[in-house]
Design a protein around this ligand. Structure first.
Ligand code: ASP
Length: 438
């Protein structure tokens, strides 16, 4: 028997109707034995996630504001789910425990975790699966960060003996038994930890979209979804803001070569996107799988004749940035130049003093700043056969009359980064997207 860990996000468990869909999905494949659940999410765009309501009660309690109306809103959300599913559950008792915490000593992480706790217990009842409280197996250190090796051992011990289980996402506890939450969206991480601990065959991540899209749908009309993407390509995509998965959710499974399949609870027939180490041979014809970008970039250009002969020139430049805790997006070095791409908002308050320091320490022949640029990442990798794809990207941009300000590519892999003027950003995305073959 295969082991599939399936994580269902907030929109997949937002109301009784969604719970029923989840139940059908789990029933349809007996290998889906370990389920990770989020708190109820939004039912419609203006709705409020239960986690956000919980956060509001905590803030109100701390500020001495009346939190009962919001707590009542939370109670009603769960009550509606329970009534419509016909599940017998000690809801009043559970709400009383939350109230007691708010009254006596409001604890942010404890309060925030209750959405996942309650939703997972309800789902476990509906499915007739064992409920596993991550309080016992997702382990945090004193500093509030996740202890991966301990979690791995504790999760394996807790889950391996079970035939099936529902595990609450998003939280765990430290050595003193205090509840600690992961960062927002952290149930993705819990799912990944469970998949790794169980050495699962597959980690399914069920959400409300049919996987990763090959371009931003606000720019490209109905972009195709990506069928396969490597862990590495996914990192570039999420860095460029196109992620559907918590970034920390990749490492535990990628370390063990467990594929992640992003699926849509509302369209369970769609294959979604599969994320794995190596894309199966012949699965894609085109090395380019997606295009993503970020506006709001600036380029600093430092020129000095024979920079390359001057040892430590780039190192001094990077040191200046490091001491100012100024992260950069790209650093390109040429014979006589060092070019740095930095987010414009980070430069806003420190441009003059930074330039002064560069002039003083590097004595450049020329120091320039280009603002209002967008960085576009052309994502895809396929051994070294990338030249054709590069040519296509450049031709598409040239044909659209878009000038290229910077260009960067690591050895051998596609993941090409181009800088274009901000006003051409959307046009450039569309031009590159139009060259992607299915
Ligand atoms: N419920 C939490 C949040 O809204 C965690 C999660 O959904 O993964 O961030």
């Amino acid at each position: 028997m295969r082991t599939v860990v399936a994580k269902f996000g907030g929109t997949s468990l937002s109301c009784a109707q969604q719970f029923r869909k989840v139940q059908e999905i789990i029933k349809a494949d007996p290998d889906r034995r370990f389920i990770v659940a989020s708190a109820p999410g939004k039912r419609y765009p203006e709705d409020i996630k239960v986690t956000d309501l919980l956060l509001r009660t905590y803030r109100e309690a701390v500020q001495g504001i009346e939190y009962e109306p919001v707590l009542e809103q939370i109670r009603r959300r769960f009550d509606e789910i329970l009534t419509q599913l016909g599940i017998d559950f000690p809801l009043e008792e559970e709400i009383a425990k939350i109230r007691q915490n708010l009254q006596e000593a409001p604890d942010r992480d404890y309060i925030l975790s209750r959405g996942e706790y309650l939703n997972s217990r309800i789902l476990a009842k509906l499915l007739d699966f064992t409920f596993v409280d991550p309080e016992w197996c997702v382990c945090f250190g004193e500093d509030g960060t996740l202890n991966l090796p301990m979690t791995r051992r504790a999760m394996t011990a807790a889950l391996m003996p079970l035939h099936n289980a529902v595990i609450a996402g998003f939280y765990g506890a430290d050595m003193n038994g205090h509840i600690r939450t992961l960062t927002r969206g952290g149930s993705d991480v819990t799912g990944s930890l469970a998949a790794a601990a169980l050495k699962a065959d597959l980690y399914e991540n069920w959400t409300d979209v049919s996987g990763l899209l090959s371009a931003d749908p606000r720019i490209v009309e109905e972009p195709r979804s990506v069928k396969y993407v490597s862990y590495r390509e996914l990192r570039t995509l999420s860095y460029m803001g196109a992620s559907v998965l918590h970034t920390d959710a990749v490492l535990p499974v990628s370390d063990m070569d467990i594929p992640i399949n992003i699926r849509n609870t509302n369209r369970p027939g769609d294959e979604g996107t599969t994320i794995l180490r190596k894309i199966p041979k012949g699965a894609k014809k085109d090395p380019i799988i997606a295009v993503a970008g970020q506006p709001g970039m600036s380029v600093i250009q430092v020129e000095k004749v024979m920079v390359s002969d001057e040892s430590g020139f780039s190192a001094i430049m990077l040191d200046i940035l490091k001491n100012r805790q100024l992260p950069f997006e790209q650093c390109l070095t040429g014979i006589d130049t060092v070019t740095l791409v930095i987010r414009s908002d980070l430069l806003a308050g420190c441009k003059e003093s930074l330039f002064e320091e560069i002039r003083e320490k590097l004595k450049p022949d020329y120091l320039g700043l280009k603002e209002n640029l967008s960085m576009i990442a052309v994502i895809g990798e396929k051994g070294t056969e990338v030249s054709d794809a590069n040519v296509r990207v450049l031709q598409a941009l040239t044909a659209a009359g878009i000038s290229i300000s910077t260009m960067n590519q690591g050895a051998g892999k596609l993941n090409l980064l181009v800088g274009v003027p901000e006003e051409c950003y959307e046009e450039a995305i569309r031009a590159i997207y139009s060259t992607i073959e299915e």
